[in-house]
Design a protein around this ligand. Structure first.
Ligand code: AMP
Ligand code: GLY
Length: 398
């Protein structure tokens, strides 16, 4: 379920599995259409999704975006006897309600930013509820604070204030059946529109994995301090989390702190993570959905991946439609993976259709090699006016 670059990457990894019989997407995109059959049913249309699954005799649903999960699509499908990779509405509150997530972390002893009863600078103001990345205001000045408080209040979902954390941000995703936890490798994403982390926040302009400064021991420690206590607490409370638990972490001088949890795969982290996977993703997703990941492994290769997002010229303010795109085949022939995020076919021709349009993933022995491969592939793509960052993964070092 879904239509972005994350879902194309999921479809791509699932399509590599020898276990796959048929792949259907709702609604999918032109990239996914090359791997399976797309159906014009939106991910938000719960009734339509359920009807489609029954008609097609679907064995397993993999949910991409958070909206339908928070609204309870996994519960509805499970009630109909269909296996789902994705949490129940009760467990998805970990993303849907920042207040719920904070309480859960406090109860489970997971390190996170301190909540502040009264706003004092510097701090971060957050609107509760799903806000597609737009409900967070980092405030260092009086003026930013005034604007942040007003903007958060205007959303009408309640306001939280917390201490401002400094450090490097990483994303750590793990697949779980509610008990067993299989982490993917750490990744980093780039939220700002322009080079040097300037410009407005976006849905994400690029990603890379691995994060060279974190080794396997660091990864295990993070999972033990962050994912495990939360997953155990949710299971104890009778709302086990089945799906991908995404922790957004700040690595501060005082240790790791959770910024947020998401109840699904990250976008565009997934586009860099799945191409590194050497195990059968479908096997893991099906086992998690079936409630037993025992004995399943997720092997991640030693190679690196770097994903650069090509967006329309006026992203993030406006989408871009109908701009012709050429050279995707040539980029793929050069060894890159091109995941579609906002594209459409118009009279058989590939055109832009959205804000973020293509995700180009380069692979290589090191992050630097993968980065070179991604940018070399982009040079083969013609997409007039494309906006993309030139500095994705440029500072990744051990
Ligand atoms: P969230 O949606 O909560 O992840 O917040 C979006 C972004 O805001 C994060 O990726 C961080 O860059 C930033 N952010 C959130 N909380 C904090 C915090 N307590 N301190 C510093 N930056 C934060
Ligand atoms: N890359 C950030 C997110 O998926 O929420």
């Amino acid at each position: 379920m879904g239509e972005g670059g994350r879902e194309h990457a999921l479809a791509w990894a699932i399509a590599r599995s020898p276990r796959l019989t048929e792949l259907h997407a709702a609604p999918g995109n032109p990239g996914i259409a090359a791997l399976g059959q797309c159906h014009p049913v939106r991910a938000e249309d719960g009734e339509g999704i359920l009807a489609l699954c029954v008609t097609l005799g679907i064995d397993l649903v993999v949910v991409g975006p958070e909206g339908p999960l928070v609204s309870g699509i996994a519960d509805e499908l499970r009630r109909a006897g269909i296996a789902v990779f994705g949490p129940s509405a009760a467990a998805a509150r970990i993303e849907g309600s920042k207040r719920f997530a904070k309480r859960l972390m406090q109860a489970a002893g997971v390190p996170t930013a301190e909540s502040l009863a009264v706003a004092q600078l510097p701090c971060v103001v957050k609107a509760d509820g799903l806000a597609a990345g737009k409900g967070v205001y980092v405030c260092r000045t009086r003026d930013e604070l005034d604007r942040g408080l007003r903007a958060a209040a205007a959303r009408g979902t309640g306001t939280l204030i917390e201490e401002l954390l400094e450090g490097e941000e990483i994303s750590l995703l793990a697949i779980t059946d509610g008990r067993t936890i299989l982490p993917l490798a750490p990744a980093q994403d780039f939220k700002r529109a322009l080079d040097g982390d300037a410009g407005p926040n976006t849905g994400g302009m690029g990603s890379y994995s691995p994060v060279p400064r974190l080794d396997d021991a660091d990864l295990e420690e993070l999972v033990d301090r962050v994912h495990r206590p939360v997953i155990e607490a949710l299971a104890r409370g009778g709302t086990p989390f089945v799906g991908c638990l995404y922790a957004g972490l700040m690595l501060t001088d005082q240790g790791p702190r959770v910024l947020e949890f998401n109840c699904r795969f990250g976008d565009p982290e997934t586009q860099s993570l799945l191409p590194r996977l050497e195990s059968d993703l479908l096997e893991a997703l099906a086992a998690a959905a079936g409630g037993d990941l025992t004995g399943v492994e997720l092997e991640v290769g030693t190679h690196a991946a770097v994903t650069v997002v090509l967006a329309g010229s006026s992203y993030p303010e406006h989408g871009d439609t109908g701009t012709p795109i050429d050279g995707v085949d040539s980029a793929e022939e050069a060894g890159a993976l091109v995941f579609h995020a906002g594209t459409a076919l118009q009279d058989g021709r590939l055109v832009s259709h959205g804000g973020r349009v293509l995700n180009v993933t380069g692979l290589g022995a090191s992050v630097a090699d993968a980065r070179d491969a991604a940018y070399a592939a982009i040079d083969r793509i013609s997409f007039p006016g494309a906006l993309y960052r030139r500095d994705i993964a440029a500072l990744a070092h051990a």
